[in-house]
Ligand binder design. Structure first.
Ligand SMILES: Cc1ncc(COP(=O)(O)O)c(C=O)c1O
Length: 460
């Protein structure tokens, strides 16, 4: 913690306010400059390569050098580089993208609202929910339940949905009306001897208690990712989702699905909801939607949900929500091309083909002395680090080992994402088996170096 201490000789003046960074560190340490990318690799300004095993925030599904996406952007820029899709005007690429998403969505006859980021898509969802409920005569139903450990974005509403103190503290968040229930976390939370089924029942009972304690008729929706990577890829028990869906149905609480990370084959199927067998009323997508080559996101809703928006809009004479860059033509063209490429190149089949190799690679770490738990789902994996496998002892503050491991991984040319005491990986979907082998080779070196440090620094 250097803060702004002018007596330090190596002070630098920060230029960019970097998120998820300890800001005083920007005065003493240059941020890493990433200058180019190729396939699953990115390179810094010294030419050092890194496997981007988290697809840079779970984004670059098609890797870092997909020419077809660049061409799609250039083509759209030449046709019409920008025009708002609002005020009864739309650019064809935006309509074509909506049409494609409607055909893919796990919702019949869906409608699509575009925004630029995952946060905005979730924020719009909450805003639309309130608007809908006012329009259909349910003005008291406004509260939203999300889960501890989940991440849903950085706007005021979506940071309120997010279930981490570090995203609330000092920001006066969460806003009133945002409630949080437990995240499934079998490794840390299931009781000794508790079956998977019993654990799911306990989580659902806790959710019901929360509902009952907060005037059930004032609760509008439950928002969750099918599996939360922010929580460390804590895969829910098999019966969790059907039971949660049934409980929400009992109290007429809508089920909203944040597929910002899990959408587009990340979990092995097109949608995370499909992997876990539930049907949301609305869902949000971003990131892999355009392989993140352009900022674009979407809020996809059922037609009955949309009808509420229509009703409310008619009362005012217009729908009072838009964004200059919502459905930006270049972003829409790139997203459309991304979805076409995913189909043309059979990305879903490719993912399914490499998943067993990826899982076998990660499973090899289950016996490592630092690995308390090893979790995987689709092309996503996590290890939870402990200083002692038997006692599950871990140094304070939480995250010490995972942060050190992520630093060692970076030194060894690999980006992993530390979250709590876990480190998550979710490489570009185009990754090959030999690249998976190289990823885990670097992973092992970093983990062994972390073990050496742990044994020296935190002896039993
Ligand atoms: C599940 C989930 N939802 C929403 C978001 C917010 O997306 P964005 O950062 O594009 O605003 C994220 C970002 O990581 C996310 O992981």
């Amino acid at each position: 913690m250097s803060a702004a201490n002018p007596s330090l000789s190596n002070q630098r003046e920060p230029k960019v306010v970097l998120g998820f960074t300890n800001l005083p560190d920007l005065r003493t340490r240059e941020p890493l400059q990433i200058t180019r990318g190729k396939g699953i690799f990115v390179y810094d300004d010294t030419g050092k390569d890194y496997i981007e095993a988290v697809s840079s925030f779970y984004c670059t599904a098609l890797g870092f050098s997909e020419e077809a996406l660049i061409e799609a952007a250039v083509k759209q820029m030449r046709e019409i580089p920008f025009y708002v899709s609002a005020m009864h005007r739309v650019v064809p690429a935006v309509e074509a993208l909506a049409e494609r998403l409607i055909a893919m969505a796990p919702i019949k006859n869906a409608k699509v609202a575009f925004s630029a980021t995952g946060s905005e898509a979730n924020d719009a969802l909450i805003k639309f929910l309130w608007f809908h409920n006012n329009a259909v005569g349910k003005p008291r139903r406004k509260k939203v339940i999300a889960r501890l450990g989940s991440y849903h974005g950085g706007t005021i509403a979506t940071a309120s949905l997010t279930g981490w103190v570090k995203y609330h503290k000092g920001f006066d968040l969460p806003l009133p009306g945002f409630l949080h229930t437990a995240q499934p976390d079998t490794f840390n939370d299931a009781l000794p001897g508790e079956s998977e089924e019993d654990y799911a029942d306990r989580l659902v009972a806790e959710l019901e208690q929360l509902i009952q304690a907060n005037e059930p008729e004032t609760i509008a929706a439950f928002v969750a990712e099918p599996v939360s990577v922010a929580a460390g890829l804590t895969v829910p028990p098999r019966t969790y989702w059907p039971k949660v869906a049934a409980l929400l149905g009992k109290y007429e609480i809508r089920l909203f699905d944040d597929e910002v990370v899990t959408g587009f084959w990340r979990t092995g199927k097109l949608w995370g909801a499909e992997t876990f067998g539930f049907r949301p009323e609305c869902l949000t997508v971003a990131k892999a939607l355009s392989s993140a080559y352009q900022p674009i996101s979407a809020t996809i809703m059922s037609d009955t949900f949309y009808e509420g928006l229509e009703k409310g809009s008619d009362e005012v004479g217009m729908f009072g929500h838009a964004g200059t860059y919502h459905g930006h033509p270049v972003a829409a063209a790139v997203a459309l091309r991304t979805l076409e490429l995913m189909e043309e190149r059979k990305i879903g089949e490719h993912v399914q083909a490499v998943i067993p190799h990826f899982h076998r690679g990660l499973e090899r770490f289950a016996n490592h002395p630092l690995v308390g738990d090893c979790r995987m789902l689709g092309l996503t994996g996590a290890i939870e680090l402990v200083a002692d496998k038997k006692t599950r002892r871990r140094p304070e503050p939480a995250g010490t080992l995972a942060t050190y491991f992520a630093d060692r991984a970076r030194e060894n040319g690999l980006f992993v994402r530390p979250t709590g005491d876990s480190a998550v990986i979710a490489p570009p979907l185009i990754i090959t088996e030999s690249e998976i082998d190289e990823l885990f080779r670097r992973f092992r070196v970093a983990l062994d170096e972390t073990l050496d440090w742990t044994v020296r620094t935190f002896p039993a």
